[in-house]
Design a protein around this ligand. Structure first.
Ligand SMILES: [Zn+2]
Length: 101
């Protein structure tokens, strides 16, 4: 098991489906804390996508990059490189964690 990325739960589910189509098995953890946003640091409120087999790491990262590029094209959002939160394309700082976009 190896942590691939932290994402909002909706994105984590989409990414899991995409990875499954590439034959990469993952587990989603930390889905239950979504309701606690605001009481936890932003990163703690994100779902975690874990790769079952670390040998899939490079392929999984390529799929993740495709996923993020598609998401940006789809609705003009930018993913925060620090916490994975999506932000309106006009934002220069992440609303979730304040990192530069
Ligand atoms: Zn962020």
């Amino acid at each position: 098991m190896e942590l691939l990325v932290r994402l909002p739960a909706v994105q984590a589910h989409l990414l899991r489906d995409r990875l499954a189509r590439h034959g990469i098995r993952v587990f989603l953890l930390n889905l239950h804390v979504q309701g606690a946003v605001g009481e936890l640091p932003p990163e703690a409120a994100l779902a975690q996508v874990w790769i079952d087999d670390a040998r899939d790491r490079e392929r999984a990262r390529a799929v993740l990059a495709d996923h993020e590029a598609d998401a940006r094209r789809a609705d003009g959002v930018r993913f925060c490189p620090a916490c994975g939160e999506d932000n309106p394309a006009s934002f220069e700082l992440c609303w979730g964690c304040g990192a530069g976009l």
